[in-house]
Write a protein that binds this ligand. Sequence first.
Ligand code: HEC
Ligand code: HEC
Ligand code: HEC
Ligand code: HEC
Ligand code: HEC
Ligand code: HEC
Length: 497
Amino acid sequence: MSTSIPPSTAASEKSRSILNNWISAVGGVLAGGAFMSFALLVWIDFTRRDSNPYLGIFTYIVAPGFLIAGLAIFFFGAWAQRRWQIKHAATKPDKWRLDFSDRKQRRAIVLFGTGAAIFILLSAFGSYQTFEYSESTQFCGEVCHRAMNPELVAYKRGAHARVDCVECHVGSGAQWFIKAKINGTHQLIAYTLNNYKRPIGTPLKNLRPAQDTCEKCHWPEKFHGNIDADNSHFLSDKKNTPYHIRMLMRVNEGQPDSPAGGIHWHVNPDSRVEYYAADEKRQDIPWMRVTNLKDGTSRVYRTEAFKGEPAAAQIRVMDCMDCHNRPAHVFPTANTTVERAMAAGTLSTKLPAIKRVAVQAMTQSGMTDADAAGKIATFLQGKYASAPELADTIAEVQRLYATTIFPDRKADWTVYPNNIGHKDWLGCFRCHDEKHKTAKGESVKANDCKSCHIILAQGSGPALETLSAKGLDFKHPGGDLDPELTCSDCHNGGIQK
Ligand code: HEC
Ligand code: HEC
Ligand code: HEC
Ligand code: HEC
Ligand code: HEC
Ligand code: HEC
C-alpha cells in the first residue's frame, strides 16, 4: 500500500465537487433569493388581473438580473476552484472549500447558512413590497418627478385625484400585458437615461380602453341628465368687465328611460361612430362613419378633399377618450387660468386690464423653469410701476404659471389640446363643421348651436337675472361673428389673434 498520494486525500479529492466552495455558496444563495423573488413576482403578475407595467421591470428585468448574477458567481466559483486545483494540485488544492470538519469553518458555515435563510425570506417579503410600491401614485408621479411632475400637479387638482394612475394607464388581458411590460420598461430606461420625450407625446397608444376604465365608475346607464354650466370670463378692457355664459349642456337627453340622445349619443349602445384622423394628434378628421348597430346600415361623411376609404387599421371607434381626452390632467390655457383666479378672487381685479396683462406675462416667449418667475415680475413691474396690489399680483401670477405651464418639460395647453369644447381648440368642430358630407350631401350639424347647448343667460349684472328656457343667440363679446371663421381661428388660449 505505498502510493505517492496519501489515501485520505485521494478520497476527498474524488468525492469533493468543485461546486463545494465559498464563492459558489454565495452565488447560490443570491440566485436562490432572486429565484424566489422572481417566482413570487411572476405569480403576482399573473394572478392580479390588473398588474402594472412597472412591476414588470422588477419581475422580468431586476429579479432575473440578480438570478443571472447569482448563477454567474456560482459557476465562476467552480471554475476558479478548478483552476486552483490544477495549478496547486501538489500544495493546497482546496483553498475555498467548505469544510465541515474544520471547527473554525463550521461556525462560519452555520452563520452563513442562517444569513442565507434570512436573505431568502426577506427577498420574498421584498417582492411583495415592491409590488405594492410599483402600484402607487407615489411611484408613478413622484419617483419619476422630473418627467411626470406636470401631470401630477394637474392630476391633483382634477376630478380624479383619488383614482390611481394605474387605473387608467394600465391595460388588462394578455394583449395589454405584453404591451404594457415593454412600454413600462422602455419608459423607465428613457427616464434613467434622461432622454424621454419632451413633450411626452399624446394621444397615448397604450391606454386601457375606456370600457375598462371610465365605464367602471361611469357606466352609461348611470349618466344623468343635462348639465347647467356657468362659465365666468373677463374681457380684456381696462375695467376687466366680467362676462358670464350660462348654458345648459345637452349631455344626456331623455335619460334614463329612452336611449341616450344628446352629446352622449356617440357612446350609445345602438350606434357606432368611427373616424379616421390624418394627423398624430387626431385633430384633422377627414372621414367618419356612423353605423346603426340594430339594422346594420351606415352613413359615411367625408371632407371634400378626402376621397376613398382609409385603411381599416387607421379607423378608430369613438369612445369616451375622444372627447374627454384630458380626464385627469387638464393643462388649462393661460386665458382660462387667469379668468378662474379672477373669479375666485385670488387675483385682484383692481389693477386696470389685469386680465390681458396677466395673460401676456404668462405667455412671454422663451421662458424656462429657472427664469419664468423673474420675467413675470419684471413684466408686471413694467406695467404697474407702484400699485399697492402689485406684490400680491406678482406672486399670484407666478403661482398660476408654475402650476399650469412647464417650459422645461414642454408641457402646457399648446401641446395638449382638450377636445371637450370648441373655443380654444377645434374639439367638437373637428367633425361638427358642416364640411363633412355624405354622398347625399347631408352634414353633421354645427351652426345649429342649440343641438349641443342652450344659452340660458349671458353678459354681466342684470342680464344674468332672468333665464331664457328657449335659449338665446350667442352674443359674442368680441364683436359679431364671421361665419367663415371658427372660434379657434382667433382663440388660442393666449392673447386673441
Ligand atoms: C382618469 C384616468 C387617468 C388617471 C387617473 C391618470 N391618467 Fe394620465 N392620462 C390619461 C389620459 C386619457 C391621457 C391621454 C391624454 C391625451 O391623449 O391627450 C393621459 C396622459 C398622461 C401622460 C402623457 C402626457 C400628457 O400630459 O398627456 C402622462 C405622463 C400621464 N398621463 C401620467 C399620469 C400619472 C403620473 C398619473 C397619476 C398621478 C395619471 N396619469 C393618472 C388618463 C388618466
Ligand atoms: C375609480 C372611479 C373612476 C374612474 C375609473 C373614472 N372616474 Fe370620472 N369621476 C369619478 C368620480 C368619483 C367623479 C366625481 C368627482 C367630483 O364630483 O368632483 C368623476 C367625475 C368625472 C367627470 C365630471 C367632472 C369633471 O370635472 O371632469 C367626468 C367628465 C369624468 N369623471 C369622466 C371620466 C372619464 C372619461 C374616465 C375614463 C378615462 C373616468 N371618468 C374614470 C370616478 C371615476
Ligand atoms: C361626443 C363627446 C363625448 C363623448 C364621446 C363622451 N362624453 Fe362625457 N361629456 C361630454 C360633454 C360635452 C359633457 C358635459 C360636461 C362638459 O362640457 O365638460 C360630458 C359630461 C360627462 C360627465 C359628467 C356628467 C354626467 O353625465 O355624469 C361624465 C361622468 C361623462 N361625461 C363621462 C363619459 C363617459 C364615461 C364616456 C364614455 C362612455 C363619455 N363621457 C363619452 C362629451 C362626451
Ligand atoms: C357639436 C356640439 C356643439 C355645437 C354644434 C356648438 N357647441 Fe358651443 N360648446 C359645445 C361644448 C361641448 C361646449 C362646452 C365646453 C366646456 O365644457 O367648457 C361649448 C361651449 C360653448 C361656449 C362657452 C365657451 C366658454 O368657454 O365659455 C359658447 C359661447 C359656445 N359654445 C357657443 C357656440 C355657438 C355660438 C355655436 C354655434 C355657432 C356653438 N357653440 C355650437 C358644443 C357645441
Ligand atoms: C369623430 C367625429 C365627431 C366628434 C369629434 C364629435 N361628434 Fe358629435 N356627432 C358625430 C356624428 C357622426 C354624429 C351623427 C350624425 C348623424 O346623425 O349622422 C354626431 C351627432 C351629435 C349630436 C346629435 C346626437 C343626437 O341626439 O342625434 C350631438 C348633440 C353631438 N354630436 C355633440 C357633440 C359634441 C358636444 C362634441 C364635442 C364634445 C362632438 N359631438 C364631437 C361625430 C362627432
Ligand atoms: C375673429 C376672431 C374671433 C372669433 C372667430 C371668435 N372670437 Fe371670441 N373673442 C374675440 C375677441 C377679439 C374677443 C374679445 C377679447 C376680450 O375682450 O377679451 C373675444 C371674446 C370672447 C369671449 C370672452 C372673453 C374670453 O377670452 O373668454 C368668449 C367666451 C368668446 N370670445 C367665445 C367665442 C366663441 C365660442 C367663438 C366661436 C363660436 C368665438 N369666440 C369666436 C375674437 C374672436
